[in-house]
Design a protein around this ligand. Structure first.
Ligand SMILES: Nc1ncnc2c1ncn2[C@@H]1O[C@H](COP(=O)(O)OP(=O)(O)O)[C@@H](O)[C@H]1O
Ligand SMILES: [Mg+2]
Length: 386
């Protein structure tokens, strides 16, 4: 019977000790901080976060290439590492796909894919040459590259090499496939095409997978569920829609939703901003992460999604269009408010407004989200990602 939970991470912490060449002042850097996560059978999880937040380290811990400092990793119901013990990488039945493809240059496509099948762990049943040939054919068909068996990696495009590397990972039918920024080396057209292909291939194979990326659009397009990471911590786990529409933190709202924020103050039954006011009953208040109270603060920041801002020309307004970019399917505007704050808006091509026009802003979304005012330290760290 198939396990419904394929991967369970419990309180994973990873610390590196930085040894000083002079003196005894070694210091520890926490790169993963108490990460807990569950992946169901057949699910495709996007692990999304800025460069350096710990994504590769987490993937290497799951694969068994990196020891943990604390916590437990369970794959298909079996503990593969905890504070005391760790199962070797080759016994974990996971497949890896890397950014740089990592194909063997001196082996043909067929030999690259067969490599993992010939070198299966000794506990696994040894396959006959006929079975290996059959399995190579099956995965080549799955990735749509039948006919390229005899080529060497240098005779393939980047996109083809990455599909071969996915076929090689899928061939031994692993419990879990781990993909570390697999599309980052490809040009934008191939990247867009391959992200939907990879999703279809993984779904057709019925494999559970973790797809690491720092690209928000890629994560939204490919994942069943997204885990957003920041500085070694999980900020939010949810469906792409939940993450985009209801970001749980200011970081997720800026990194994934790319939303604008405007200072807002509470005044009777309204939240008042410099572009207008919204009834409190129609807003959605995000609680401070370290607070149990549900009480509303006097001040907050109103989140305005770019696509929710409607620009309406009005000669008496103090808001001015400063920039307009034509993006093919839509315009991207940058407007400046009376206080000098710049907001970004997107609108369809029917609404072309020239630079310098004075506009009023209204909101398509009837329930904007209010976030607690962020501390100075948080503002600085948010500025680093935008
Ligand atoms: N072997 C190591 N020793 C010390 N620090 C490391 C080591 N490997 C990674 N790090 C640090 O851990 C952090 C997370 O790295 P990484 O997991 O590669 O991030 P990501 O994949 O999200 O870009 C980084 O700050 C990196 O410098
Ligand atoms: Mg990485």
């Amino acid at each position: 019977m198939k396990q419904s939970v394929i991967l369970q991470l419990k309180n994973i912490t990873k610390t590196y000790t930085n040894r000083q060449t002079s003196g005894l002042n070694n210091f520890n850097t926490v790169v993963l901080d108490n990460i807990s996560l569950t992946l169901e059978h057949g699910e495709l999880l996007g692990l999304l976060g800025p460069s350096g937040c710990g994504k590769t380290t987490l993937l290497r811990i799951i694969a068994g290439f990196e020891p943990i400092s604390q916590g437990t990793v369970e794959i298909a119901g079996k503990v593969v590492c905890n504070n005391y013990d760790s199962l070797a990488a080759e016994k974990r039945n996971t497949g890896m796909v890397f950014q740089d493809y990592a194909l063997f240059p001196h082996l043909t496509v067929k030999e690259n894919i067969a490599f993992g099948l010939k070198n299966q762990h000794k506990n696994q049943k040894k396959l006959s040459n006929h079975q290996i040939k059959q399995r190579v054919g099956e995965v080549l068909e799955l990735v749509g590259l039948i006919g390229l068996e005899k080529r060497y990696p240098h005779q393939l495009s980047g996109g083809q090499q990455q599909r071969i590397s996915l076929a090689r990972a899928l061939a031994p039918q692993p419990t879990l496939i781990l993909l570390d920024e697999p599309l980052s080396n490809l040009d934008v057209q191939v990247r867009h095409r391959l992200r939907s292909e990879i999703r279809s291939i993984l779904k057709a194979a019925g494999t559970s997978a973790i797809f690491v990326t720092h690209d928000r659009e890629e994560a939204l397009a490919i994942s069943d569920k997204i885990a957003v990471m920041r500085n070694g911590k999980l900020e939010q786990v949810g469906t792409p829609e939940e993450i985009y529409l209801n970001p749980a933190s200011r970081f997720v709202a800026e990194f994934v939703t790319q939303a604008n924020f405007l200072p807002a103050s509470r005044e009777n039954q309204f939240w008042v901003t410099e572009i207008g006011k919204v009834e409190i009953s129609k807003t959605n208040y995000a609680q401070k992460s370290n607070s149990r109270e549900n009480a509303l603060d006097e001040h907050g920041d109103m989140m305005l999604r770019q696509e929710d801002i409607i620009l309406v020309p009005d000669l008496s307004s103090a808001i001015v269009i400063r920039e307009r970019q034509f993006l093919g399917r839509e315009y991207h505007y940058c407007v400046e408010t009376a206080s000098g704050k710049r907001l970004h808006a997107r609108s369809n091509l029917n609404n072309a407004i020239t630079i310098g026009t004075k506009v009023n802003l209204s909101l398509a979304n009837s329930s904007p989200r209010i976030f607690p005012v962020s501390s100075l330290a948080e503002k600085e760290s948010l500025a680093a990602i935008s």
